[in-house]
Design a protein around this ligand. Sequence first.
Ligand code: SAM
Ligand code: SF4
Length: 266
Amino acid sequence: MKDNYNRNISYLRISVTDRCNLRCTYCMPAEGIDLIKHSQLLTFEEIVDFTRTAVSMGINKVRLTGGEPLVRHGIVDLVKMLWNIEGIKDLSLTTNAVLLKEYALPLKEAGLQRLNISLDTLDKERFAKIARRDKLDDVLAGIDEAIKVGFKQIKLNCVIEKNKNEHDAVAVANYAKEKGLQARYIRTMNLEKGEFWIVDGGDGGNCSICNRIRLSSCGKVLPCLFSDLGYSIREYGNKEAILQTLEHKPKKGSISKNNEFYTVGG
Ligand code: SAM
Ligand code: SF4
Protein backbone atom coordinates (compact mmCIF):
# COMPACT_ATOMS: atom_id res chain seq x y z
CA MET A 1 0.00 0.00 0.00
CA LYS A 2 1.14 3.54 -0.79
CA ASP A 3 0.80 6.72 1.19
CA ASN A 4 0.17 10.17 -0.31
CA TYR A 5 3.87 10.64 -1.07
CA ASN A 6 4.12 7.36 -2.96
CA ARG A 7 6.05 5.65 -0.16
CA ASN A 8 5.40 1.94 -0.02
CA ILE A 9 4.13 1.06 3.46
CA SER A 10 5.04 -2.51 4.37
CA TYR A 11 6.27 -2.41 7.96
CA LEU A 12 4.12 -2.45 11.10
CA ARG A 13 5.48 -1.88 14.59
CA ILE A 14 3.22 -3.00 17.39
CA SER A 15 3.64 -1.78 20.95
CA VAL A 16 2.21 -4.53 23.14
CA THR A 17 2.52 -2.74 26.48
CA ASP A 18 3.57 0.57 28.01
CA ARG A 19 5.02 -1.22 31.05
CA CYS A 20 8.72 -1.81 31.53
CA ASN A 21 11.08 -3.42 34.02
CA LEU A 22 13.74 -0.74 33.44
CA ARG A 23 13.58 3.06 33.71
CA CYS A 24 16.08 4.28 31.13
CA THR A 25 16.78 7.96 31.77
CA TYR A 26 16.21 8.95 28.11
CA CYS A 27 12.89 7.12 27.97
CA MET A 28 11.01 7.19 31.29
CA PRO A 29 10.95 9.23 34.49
CA ALA A 30 12.45 7.56 37.58
CA GLU A 31 9.07 7.26 39.28
CA GLY A 32 7.61 5.42 36.28
CA ILE A 33 4.63 6.53 34.24
CA ASP A 34 0.85 6.71 34.45
CA LEU A 35 0.09 3.31 33.01
CA ILE A 36 -2.79 2.99 30.59
CA LYS A 37 -5.88 1.30 32.03
CA HIS A 38 -6.20 -2.42 31.48
CA SER A 39 -9.44 -1.87 29.54
CA GLN A 40 -7.57 0.45 27.14
CA LEU A 41 -4.84 -2.09 26.42
CA LEU A 42 -5.48 -3.99 23.20
CA THR A 43 -6.27 -7.68 23.64
CA PHE A 44 -4.31 -10.30 21.66
CA GLU A 45 -7.43 -10.89 19.56
CA GLU A 46 -7.57 -7.20 18.64
CA ILE A 47 -3.85 -7.12 17.80
CA VAL A 48 -4.06 -10.24 15.65
CA ASP A 49 -7.24 -9.07 13.93
CA PHE A 50 -5.68 -5.72 13.15
CA THR A 51 -2.50 -7.32 11.86
CA ARG A 52 -4.48 -9.63 9.62
CA THR A 53 -6.19 -6.61 8.05
CA ALA A 54 -2.87 -4.76 7.74
CA VAL A 55 -1.27 -7.77 6.03
CA SER A 56 -4.19 -8.07 3.61
CA MET A 57 -3.50 -4.42 2.66
CA GLY A 58 0.25 -4.84 2.11
CA ILE A 59 2.14 -5.15 5.40
CA ASN A 60 4.66 -8.02 5.33
CA LYS A 61 7.08 -7.10 8.11
CA VAL A 62 6.04 -6.89 11.78
CA ARG A 63 8.01 -5.89 14.88
CA LEU A 64 6.83 -6.19 18.47
CA THR A 65 7.99 -3.58 20.92
CA GLY A 66 6.82 -1.64 23.99
CA GLY A 67 7.45 -0.67 26.79
CA GLU A 68 9.13 -3.97 27.36
CA PRO A 69 7.32 -6.62 25.27
CA LEU A 70 8.54 -9.51 27.42
CA VAL A 71 6.62 -8.23 30.48
CA ARG A 72 3.30 -8.65 28.63
CA HIS A 73 1.77 -11.93 29.85
CA GLY A 74 1.39 -14.47 27.07
CA ILE A 75 3.82 -12.77 24.68
CA VAL A 76 4.92 -16.16 23.32
CA ASP A 77 1.29 -16.99 22.44
CA LEU A 78 0.98 -13.66 20.65
CA VAL A 79 4.09 -14.39 18.60
CA LYS A 80 2.63 -17.77 17.68
CA MET A 81 -0.70 -16.22 16.65
CA LEU A 82 1.01 -13.57 14.53
CA TRP A 83 3.38 -16.02 12.84
CA ASN A 84 0.32 -18.02 11.78
CA ILE A 85 -0.93 -15.11 9.68
CA GLU A 86 -0.22 -15.90 6.08
CA GLY A 87 1.70 -13.10 4.39
CA ILE A 88 4.01 -12.10 7.23
CA LYS A 89 7.54 -12.60 5.92
CA ASP A 90 9.43 -11.12 8.81
CA LEU A 91 8.57 -11.16 12.52
CA SER A 92 10.90 -9.51 15.00
CA LEU A 93 10.95 -8.05 18.50
CA THR A 94 12.80 -5.27 20.31
CA THR A 95 13.69 -6.00 23.93
CA ASN A 96 15.87 -4.84 26.78
CA ALA A 97 16.75 -8.56 27.27
CA VAL A 98 16.26 -8.55 31.06
CA LEU A 99 13.90 -11.55 30.73
CA LEU A 100 15.39 -12.99 27.56
CA LYS A 101 17.22 -15.91 29.15
CA GLU A 102 13.82 -17.38 29.99
CA TYR A 103 12.06 -16.35 26.77
CA ALA A 104 14.60 -16.78 23.96
CA LEU A 105 13.88 -20.42 23.22
CA PRO A 106 10.05 -20.27 23.47
CA LEU A 107 10.04 -17.15 21.28
CA LYS A 108 12.21 -18.83 18.66
CA GLU A 109 9.99 -21.90 18.70
CA ALA A 110 6.89 -19.71 18.37
CA GLY A 111 8.23 -18.31 15.08
CA LEU A 112 10.13 -15.16 16.02
CA GLN A 113 12.93 -14.62 13.53
CA ARG A 114 14.93 -11.60 14.55
CA LEU A 115 15.76 -9.68 17.70
CA ASN A 116 16.87 -6.14 18.41
CA ILE A 117 18.37 -5.90 21.86
CA SER A 118 19.04 -2.63 23.64
CA LEU A 119 22.52 -2.38 25.12
CA ASP A 120 23.98 1.03 25.92
CA THR A 121 26.98 0.07 28.05
CA LEU A 122 28.95 -2.92 29.34
CA ASP A 123 29.82 -1.24 32.59
CA LYS A 124 27.66 -2.50 35.46
CA GLU A 125 27.58 0.82 37.29
CA ARG A 126 26.88 2.84 34.16
CA PHE A 127 24.11 0.40 33.26
CA ALA A 128 22.50 0.82 36.68
CA LYS A 129 22.73 4.58 36.26
CA ILE A 130 21.25 4.66 32.74
CA ALA A 131 18.55 2.01 33.28
CA ARG A 132 18.05 2.88 36.98
CA ARG A 133 18.11 -0.87 37.66
CA ASP A 134 21.10 -3.16 38.28
CA LYS A 135 20.31 -5.66 35.52
CA LEU A 136 23.34 -5.86 33.24
CA ASP A 137 24.10 -9.47 34.23
CA ASP A 138 20.57 -10.57 33.28
CA VAL A 139 20.82 -8.73 29.97
CA LEU A 140 24.15 -10.37 29.08
CA ALA A 141 22.80 -13.79 30.05
CA GLY A 142 19.76 -13.08 27.85
CA ILE A 143 21.96 -12.17 24.89
CA ASP A 144 24.03 -15.35 25.30
CA GLU A 145 20.86 -17.45 25.38
CA ALA A 146 19.51 -15.73 22.25
CA ILE A 147 22.77 -16.49 20.43
CA LYS A 148 22.61 -20.08 21.63
CA VAL A 149 19.08 -20.73 20.33
CA GLY A 150 20.10 -19.41 16.91
CA PHE A 151 17.97 -16.45 15.84
CA LYS A 152 18.35 -15.50 12.19
CA GLN A 153 19.67 -12.08 13.20
CA ILE A 154 20.43 -10.24 16.43
CA LYS A 155 21.16 -6.52 16.42
CA LEU A 156 22.27 -4.47 19.39
CA ASN A 157 20.66 -1.03 19.76
CA CYS A 158 22.97 1.37 21.52
CA VAL A 159 21.67 4.80 22.47
CA ILE A 160 24.40 7.42 22.36
CA GLU A 161 24.55 11.08 23.30
CA LYS A 162 26.36 12.45 20.26
CA ASN A 163 28.71 10.06 18.52
CA LYS A 164 29.74 6.47 18.46
CA ASN A 165 33.26 7.20 19.64
CA GLU A 166 32.01 7.54 23.17
CA HIS A 167 33.55 5.06 25.59
CA ASP A 168 30.36 2.97 26.11
CA ALA A 169 29.67 2.84 22.38
CA VAL A 170 33.17 1.57 21.62
CA ALA A 171 32.80 -1.13 24.28
CA VAL A 172 29.46 -2.21 22.75
CA ALA A 173 31.06 -2.29 19.28
CA ASN A 174 33.85 -4.57 20.55
CA TYR A 175 31.39 -6.80 22.38
CA ALA A 176 29.20 -7.08 19.25
CA LYS A 177 32.23 -8.02 17.18
CA GLU A 178 33.30 -10.65 19.68
CA LYS A 179 29.80 -12.19 19.74
CA GLY A 180 29.25 -11.92 15.97
CA LEU A 181 26.34 -9.47 16.31
CA GLN A 182 25.51 -6.22 14.55
CA ALA A 183 25.61 -2.97 16.55
CA ARG A 184 23.58 0.10 15.60
CA TYR A 185 23.75 3.49 17.21
CA ILE A 186 20.74 5.62 18.01
CA ARG A 187 21.37 9.21 18.97
CA THR A 188 19.13 10.35 21.83
CA MET A 189 16.00 11.88 20.37
CA ASN A 190 13.49 14.27 21.81
CA LEU A 191 9.97 13.87 20.48
CA GLU A 192 8.67 17.08 22.03
CA LYS A 193 11.48 19.15 20.60
CA GLY A 194 11.38 17.37 17.24
CA GLU A 195 15.00 16.28 17.58
CA PHE A 196 15.48 13.11 15.57
CA TRP A 197 18.25 11.62 13.53
CA ILE A 198 18.84 8.93 10.99
CA VAL A 199 19.71 5.74 12.85
CA ASP A 200 23.25 4.66 12.10
CA GLY A 201 23.19 1.10 10.77
CA GLY A 202 19.41 1.18 10.21
CA ASP A 203 16.84 3.06 8.11
CA GLY A 204 14.84 4.69 10.93
CA GLY A 205 14.63 8.47 10.90
CA ASN A 206 14.91 8.80 7.12
CA CYS A 207 11.50 10.28 6.27
CA SER A 208 11.82 10.06 2.47
CA ILE A 209 12.00 6.26 2.55
CA CYS A 210 9.88 5.63 5.66
CA ASN A 211 7.84 2.46 5.18
CA ARG A 212 6.33 2.25 8.69
CA ILE A 213 3.12 2.59 10.53
CA ARG A 214 2.69 1.90 14.23
CA LEU A 215 0.02 0.44 16.45
CA SER A 216 0.15 1.81 20.00
CA SER A 217 -0.61 -0.34 23.04
CA CYS A 218 -3.99 1.39 23.41
CA GLY A 219 -4.97 0.84 19.80
CA LYS A 220 -4.07 3.97 17.86
CA VAL A 221 -2.57 3.60 14.42
CA LEU A 222 0.14 6.21 14.12
CA PRO A 223 1.52 7.44 10.80
CA CYS A 224 4.69 8.89 12.33
CA LEU A 225 6.54 8.86 15.65
CA PHE A 226 7.18 12.60 15.26
CA SER A 227 3.55 13.64 14.85
CA ASP A 228 0.49 13.61 17.10
CA LEU A 229 -1.79 12.10 14.48
CA GLY A 230 -3.37 8.77 15.42
CA TYR A 231 -6.49 6.81 14.52
CA SER A 232 -8.07 4.50 17.06
CA ILE A 233 -8.93 1.06 15.72
CA ARG A 234 -11.75 0.83 18.28
CA GLU A 235 -13.25 4.03 16.90
CA TYR A 236 -12.51 3.76 13.17
CA GLY A 237 -12.24 0.00 12.70
CA ASN A 238 -9.06 -1.63 11.43
CA LYS A 239 -9.27 -0.84 7.74
CA GLU A 240 -10.44 2.76 8.06
CA ALA A 241 -7.80 3.48 10.73
CA ILE A 242 -5.14 2.29 8.28
CA LEU A 243 -6.61 4.28 5.38
CA GLN A 244 -6.68 7.45 7.51
CA THR A 245 -3.09 6.75 8.55
CA LEU A 246 -1.95 6.42 4.92
CA GLU A 247 -3.86 9.53 3.93
CA HIS A 248 -2.31 11.64 6.70
CA LYS A 249 1.22 10.24 6.98
CA PRO A 250 3.31 13.42 6.96
CA LYS A 251 6.02 13.93 4.36
CA LYS A 252 8.43 14.59 7.21
CA GLY A 253 8.31 14.17 10.98
CA SER A 254 8.01 17.32 13.07
CA ILE A 255 7.19 17.19 16.79
CA SER A 256 5.00 15.12 19.03
CA LYS A 257 3.61 16.18 22.38
CA ASN A 258 1.54 12.99 22.84
CA ASN A 259 3.86 10.17 21.85
CA GLU A 260 6.42 8.65 24.17
CA PHE A 261 8.99 6.00 23.26
CA TYR A 262 7.48 3.69 25.87
CA THR A 263 3.96 3.91 24.40
CA VAL A 264 4.83 3.67 20.73
CA GLY A 265 8.04 1.72 20.92
CA GLY A 266 10.72 3.85 19.29
N1 SAM B 1 12.02 -1.95 26.01
C1 SAM B 1 12.51 -2.33 24.75
C2 SAM B 1 13.93 -1.86 24.56
O1 SAM B 1 14.38 -0.99 25.29
O2 SAM B 1 14.58 -2.39 23.64
C3 SAM B 1 11.65 -1.90 23.57
C4 SAM B 1 11.05 -0.53 23.62
S1 SAM B 1 12.21 0.80 23.58
C5 SAM B 1 11.14 2.22 23.72
C6 SAM B 1 12.71 0.76 21.87
C7 SAM B 1 13.95 1.54 21.54
O3 SAM B 1 13.72 2.90 21.75
C8 SAM B 1 15.14 1.15 22.37
O4 SAM B 1 16.20 0.74 21.54
C9 SAM B 1 15.49 2.42 23.09
O5 SAM B 1 16.85 2.53 23.29
C10 SAM B 1 14.93 3.48 22.17
N2 SAM B 1 14.67 4.78 22.81
C11 SAM B 1 13.92 5.02 23.90
N3 SAM B 1 13.94 6.35 24.22
C12 SAM B 1 14.73 6.94 23.28
C13 SAM B 1 15.16 8.29 23.04
N4 SAM B 1 14.78 9.29 23.82
N5 SAM B 1 15.96 8.52 21.98
C14 SAM B 1 16.35 7.51 21.18
N6 SAM B 1 16.00 6.22 21.34
C15 SAM B 1 15.19 5.93 22.39
FE1 SF4 C 1 12.09 0.37 29.10
FE2 SF4 C 1 13.00 0.19 26.61
FE3 SF4 C 1 12.20 2.56 27.65
FE4 SF4 C 1 14.40 1.45 28.57
S1 SF4 C 1 14.08 2.15 26.46
S2 SF4 C 1 12.75 2.33 29.82
S3 SF4 C 1 13.95 -0.69 28.45
S4 SF4 C 1 10.93 0.84 27.22
